[in-house]
Design a protein around this ligand. Sequence first.
Ligand code: ADP
Length: 525
Amino acid sequence: MTVSRFSRRVLIIIGLGVALPALLLAFIGISLTLRIGRAVEDNTIRYNSYMAQQVAEAFELELLAHLRLSIALAENASQRGEDAAGIRRALEAGSSEFGPAHVVTINELSQFALRVMENEPVVYGGRADGRWFAGIMLHDARGELTGAGGWWFDPGAFLRDHLESVVQDRLPSNPRMYGGFESTRLLSIELLDSTGTRIAAVREPYNRSEGRTSRLEAPFEGYQVRVGVTSSAPAVWTQRFVMLEVAFIGLMGLVILLATIFGLRYTVRQLELAQLKAGFVSNVTHELKTPIALIRLAVETLEMGRFRSPEEGQKFLQTIAREADRLSQLVDNILDFARLESGRATFRLEVIDPGEVVRETLETFRPRLDAEGFKVEVEIPEQLPMIRADGRALSHALLNLLDNAVKYSRQRREIRISAGARDGEVRISVADRGVGIAPGDQEKVFDKFVRLETGLVHDTKGAGLGLSLVNQIVRAHGGRVELVSTPGEGSTFTLVLPVAEEDLTASPGPAAPDAHQPPRARTGS
Ligand code: ADP
């Protein structure tokens, strides 16, 4: 029995109504967060480029500051008309950092280039040994150009020695200066030579590839400065937060989707169960009423002596016995089912001969088979390995299989009961030539309260408990139920039970029975 298509559709629409907006929101949340992350990244990269330029310019300013004081002294000396030695002395008095000063004569000036830094014309030029000249023009008292005074210095050493002071004194430290995001305190600044090798650094970068470089100009030609963020920078925290946020939103979306799917499945299952239970109650009521009515009728007939011959009276007695048996099996089923469901069922496991249980059960059931005109084929070997089982419960399971075989057979009234052993397991099969079970239903039939719409179900008696009980009993014994069935041709139910440990060392028993259906069996879950 299933939930109606309409209810299923309504449930699916409700589920989609919850899941789709949740997924849409998750998608919007993820894309917005990613956009924020990307904007921060772009901003950071732009800021890094800008700061790299700032550092490059700051080095030029630093060099100029070193030149300025000495140059003022040198310019005075030049205006006083002092010779090159006098000018050199004045230069060296102004700055001791660069060592011996150098004066370029007016004739030599053409070998040098000129750059204006901060409105100051700076004369510069390079030498093969890697040293660079940096100096400022000198004039005499009449304002005539006399040459330039300055130093041959090692730009790499200058950059290395002045990196700390440049970063501390010459960079803007206001975090709101550019985009307002990073502060110079959280930046990594590296100096690279012409081969890209690092020659000095302030703080380590978090991710070298995100750093931005700026080339320094002459007299620092060939050198580069690379600026990136450190691991404690807000941009890095933002990146981590964005990743966390995306993972969180994605997870929430997934959880909502799974919860909706499982919620839907659970609700459908509960509705199905509620329907099955309702069907069960009406089935059981019918099951109880019919035999009681038949018994009452037979008893009344006998009491009033309304039968023509003793044989006819005997038939009424048989009816009473048969219907009483049916009632007692139904009550047994209901009680066992209730015990198993509540976990109160206990099995008395003993080492028993399965062949004997099958034979005895068949003996009990034989009158019904004969009365219903069944051709019975039995194939139970004399010697079967012992099993550890509760004989009464096993017999109850077999009775249910036999009862079903009778109930679900039509014209071909043939039943085959067989047993055998294989691979440490005993297999007991009940095969019929009845209506069979469609492949899609073969798993379902082991569920409680399930009765298939086979067409026969309205004529046959049952509460939908039999196979569920068989399955539970066999599982409690560490075994399983296998089902091979073809609609219209018949079904074979096989109880598979483990051989008792006591018997495992003994020689293998006879081969297991072959089902008269294809070998791929469905197992009760
Ligand atoms: P019940 O027989 O009381 O309906 P069961 O749990 O024993 O309940 O069986 C569940 C359903 O499985 C039956 O309603 C029937 O549709 C199907 N079934 C069980 N045994 C057979 C069989 N031997 N042949 C065909 N269908 C069967």
